[in-house]
Every structure is written in structure tokens, then in C-alpha cells.
Design a protein around this ligand. Structure first.
Ligand SMILES: [Zn+2]
Ligand SMILES: [Zn+2]
Length: 363
């Protein structure tokens, strides 16, 4: 097992008092908790470029560093802890000292080029979480005890963005409704007429060309794409060059969904959007048998890190997630439903229905 010297982890010592500096979302600077010294990070974005997907997919080979177990001797309390080298940030389990592990991103072929720094700090995310917990009548009363605030942690998760140009040919049938007068007889045998709808089908075809910009796909299996999308959008125009100092004081993760697997998800998304657009062109009053054939070109990608506040909690052996977009504060959460409250509500509704029925019979 490789023993990591303290200097192989990235430490950001305070120029004033030598304590560790952490990134402060409120001031968007590194800050010392002890003497208040602030250090600015250059927030330019000239390193963030779209890269050719085709070129990347032809690259084979191993990443710079293999994944291995490491022993870290804490710079503050001196105790030794074991951790895995693909962990981008490290917290000493004895004194909570946090350091950034620069080897982590080298265990993957593609390194992040951009990052959106946290804009929502821990205190704000706790307030958002508390408000959310108090809301909603269905939640069990003891939920607050289960969803402990210290379970809320700030983490930079890996994402892929994809661009592409698409060229599609489609065929289908557009349906035009028209009405015919049909003779009928009523209950007494008298002649009547009524209008009946018919559809005329017209063969149609066409081309549809469009381009997609920054389709955002989650790169970590921790959450599902649906859960990621629940806290979209991120303002990607605020991406800045990746700098490990932004990670100081937060957790981070490396990707486990590859650039090509991520692209497969992006292509499914594009396929659906294109199909919907072609259906729109084919439709008159209605449509059927729409077939689309698409070629994708000039695909590019970026690998970026985005900030999330995440809370996973167990309630009666079931896992629930609470998420906050670390840039915008948008929330998503799933909450257990109290069975007792549901039963009480159903009984109350039934009582009201019985009462209404009773009074209507009286009159
Ligand atoms: Zn200091
Ligand atoms: Zn320690």
C-alpha cells in the first residue's frame, strides 16, 4: 500500500496563519476560518473548449494513474487513514481536516476542463432543507429526526455536455379530418341525421436539420439522469477553468459513466426531440406511421464539474434523496408519505360524502 506524504495532497495554506484555506461560496474566494484572510482565484474560462467526440473515441490507452489504496497521514492530527486514490477530496475521520487529492482525476482518461463553483453555501442549503422538510402535510411527523442536517453535504459531480448537428429525413401520413352527414333513426323510429368524423390520409415527407448545444448528462452513477434533471438548469455560461482549489472544503467525484456511454444517452435525447419535431411537420389534424432517419455530425463534448448539495436519508429501510442545485438553489426532494395521515384523510373525505348524501336525502 502506498503511503501518501502530506505534500502529495493539495493543501492550501493561509498566507496569514498557515491554516487550511477553504472555498467560500458567498465571497467566491478561498478564505481562512481563523484569521479571515481571503485569496482570489482567477475566474477566467479560456481553457473550456468543445473537443471532438470522434477523436476522443479513437483514443485508447490507460489513464496516467491506476486506482489504488493509499494511506494518508493527517497534516493536522497525525493520525493515519486509508483511502482510495480515485477520491478527489479527503476528510480526516479523526479531526475532519479536509484536503484535495490531485491524483484522483488522473485515474480517468479525461480530466475536467471546467467547473461551476458553489454559489449556495452550507447555511443556505440547510435553510432550504428545513423549509422543505416542514412543508407538505403527508410527511410523517418524525421525519425531521431521520433527515439530519449533518447528512447534507456539498459535492462536485462530474457531467458531460454534448453538441451535435443533425440531418434527418422523414416520411409519414398526415391526417385531415372531415365530416359527413349520416342518417339515423331515433328511439321513436323517426329519421334523424348526425355528423360523423372521417380522416383523409395524405402521404408526406421532408427533411429536418437542427443542431444541439450543451446537452447535459450526469457522469456519476450516484443519482439517475432523471434526478439530475430535476435540479436543471445550470447556467453553463458561468463555467470557469477547472482549478482544484474550488474543491477545498467540499467533496468531489470522478466519472464512472464513460464519454461514449454518456453520448449514447445524449443521442437518445436528440432522437426524441427530432422525432417530435418531425411529427409536428407531418401532422395536419393528426398523423401516423412517422419514420425518421437521422445522421449525426460534428459531435463535440466537454467534461465539467457541477456543484450539488445532496442529502440521502433512510426512512423505514427506504432511501430518499434531497438535492439542491449548488449554483441556483433549485431543489428536488422525495419524501415518505405517512400511512396514518393518508388513512385519516380518506376517512374524513368519506364522512363528508356521507354527510352530503344524508342532507340531500332530507330535503
Ligand atoms: Zn489564516
Ligand atoms: Zn486529522
Amino acid at each position: 500500500m502506498e503511503k501518501v506524504q502530506n505534500d502529495s495532497l493539495l493543501l492550501f495554506p493561509c498566507p496569514g496563519c498557515n491554516a487550511q484555506l477553504y472555498f467560500n461560496p458567498e465571497h467566491q474566494k478561498l478564505e481562512c476560518k481563523y484569521c479571515g484572510t481571503q485569496v482570489a482565484i482567477d475566474q477566467s474560462n479560456n481553457q473550456i473548449r468543445e473537443k471532438s467526440l470522434r477523436q476522443q473515441l479513437s483514443v485508447t490507452g490507460d489513464p496516467d494513474a491506476a486506482i489504488e489504496q493509499m494511506v494518508y497521514k493527517c497534516g493536522r492530527c497525525g493520525s493515519e487513514s486509508v483511502f482510495i486514490s480515485e477520491t478527489p477530496t479527503f476528510t480526516c475521520s479523526f479531526c475532519n481536516f479536509e484536503a484535495v487529492n490531485p491524483v484522483a482525476y488522473k485515474t480517468r482518461l479525461i480530466q475536467p476542463s471546467g467547473i461551476i463553483p458553489f454559489g449556495i453555501d452550507k447555511q443556505q442549503s440547510i435553510t432550504i432543507f428545513k423549509n422543505w422538510l416542514g412543508r407538505g402535510w403527508w410527511a410523517p411527523g418524525d421525519l425531521k429526526e431521520f433527515a439530519r442536517q449533518d447528512a447534507l453535504h456539498g459535492i462536485y459531480l462530474p457531467f458531460w455536455t454534448y453538441d451535435a448537428q443533425t440531418f434527418s429525413e422523414w416520411t409519414g401520413e398526415g391526417g385531415r379530418h372531415y365530416y359527413v352527414t349520416v342518417e339515423d333513426r331515433d328511439a321513436n323510429g323517426n329519421r334523424t341525421t348526425r355528423q360523423e368524423q372521417r380522416t383523409e390520409w395524405i402521404y408526406r415527407s421532408g427533411t429536418y436539420n437542427t443542431s444541439f448545444d450543451d446537452i447535459l448528462i450526469g457522469g456519476a452513477n450516484e443519482l439517475s439522469q432523471k434526478e439530475y434533471e430535476s435540479i436543471f438548469p445550470f447556467k453553463l455560461e458561468e463555467l470557469v477553468n477547472f482549478d482544484a482549489r474550488y474543491l477545498s472544503g467540499f467533496q468531489a467525484d470522478v466519472y464512472d459513466i464513460s464519454v461514449s456511454d454518456g453520448y449514447a444517452k445524449a443521442e437518445k435525447y436528440m432522437e426524441q426531440e427530432i422525432y417530435d419535431a418531425c411529427v409536428n411537420e407531418c401532422r395536419i389534424d393528426t398523423y401516423r406511421n412517422v419514420q425518421v432517419s437521422t445522421s449525426y455530425d460534428n459531435q463535440t463534448y466537454k467534461h465539467i464539474l457541477l456543484p450539488l448539495w445532496v442529502c440521502s436519508y433512510l426512512y423505514k429501510n427506504k432511501q430518499y434523496h434531497f438535492l439542491v442545485n449548488g449554483q441556483t438553489g433549485k431543489i428536488y426532494g422525495s419524501k415518505p408519505v405517512s400511512a396514518a395521515k393518508v388513512v385519516l384523510t380518506v376517512i374524513a373525505v368519506l364522512l363528508v360524502i356521507v354527510a352530503i348524501y344524508f342532507f340531500s336525502q332530507q330535503q
